[in-house]
Design a protein around this ligand. Structure first.
Ligand code: ZN
Length: 188
């Protein structure tokens, strides 16, 4: 089922997600629906908050992007990114590795709004997968950016919070308009 995507201005985007302790049938259904919703909207990642649910769950798939490379290491060895795609992260913990790099980002909760964001080039990730099994990997490039963007969502943090002042100031009128539209639609 394709779910509605929550837009900027909705309070759920600022909520920290609750940890998931058991993979219930409801969580399994949510994962399936989130992948369908992400694909329908041509996204690389989607967090539970973006479909209105404040839980520590995100789905990611970078295979559709060919012009921005990703890297993966499993147990210290280079691995094929496709091996862990599509990726489900439950209760993820992310540790930065190396220097921050600037890269363009968008977000399905901010249609047509893009900005350059500084983030560590690589990260170490620990999480549970869709079956509740612990997974750990190091990733870089676009995948590292997606993991960080989505993990931020799970903590109520949005990419606009990480923009430099000038970029955010330039986008402010669009952001204000989007938030106003969202709030108006919530009143209906
Ligand atoms: Zn986002």
């Amino acid at each position: 089922m394709i779910l509605d995507i929550v837009k900027y201005g909705h309070p759920v985007l600022r909520q920290r997600g609750a940890r998931i302790e058991t993979i219930t049938p409801e969580i399994k259904k949510l994962i399936t629906d989130m992948f369908a919703t992400m694909e329908e909207n041509h996204g690389v990642g989607l967090a539970a908050q973006q479909v209105g649910i404040a839980k520590q769950l995100t789905v990611i798939d970078v295979r559709g992007v060919t012009d921005r490379p990703s890297t993966l290491e499993l147990e210290g060895q280079p691995a094929d990114v496709a091996e862990i795609m599509p990726l489900v992260l439950i209760n993820p913990e992310v540790k930065p590795v190396g220097e921050a790099v600037k890269g363009p980002e968008g977000c399905l909760s901010f249609p047509e709004i893009f900005g350059d964001i500084n983030r560590p080039e690589s990260v170490d990730v620990k999480a549970l997968d869709a079956k509740g099994k612990p997974i750990a990997f190091r990733c870089g490039g676009l995948l590292a950016r997606a993991v960080q963007h989505e993990t931020d969502h799970l903590n109520g943090i949005l990419f606009i919070d990480r923009m430099d002042k000038k970029t955010k100031q330039e986008l402010q009128p669009e952001l204000d308009e989007l938030a106003a539209q969202t709030k108006a639609s919530l009143k209906k």
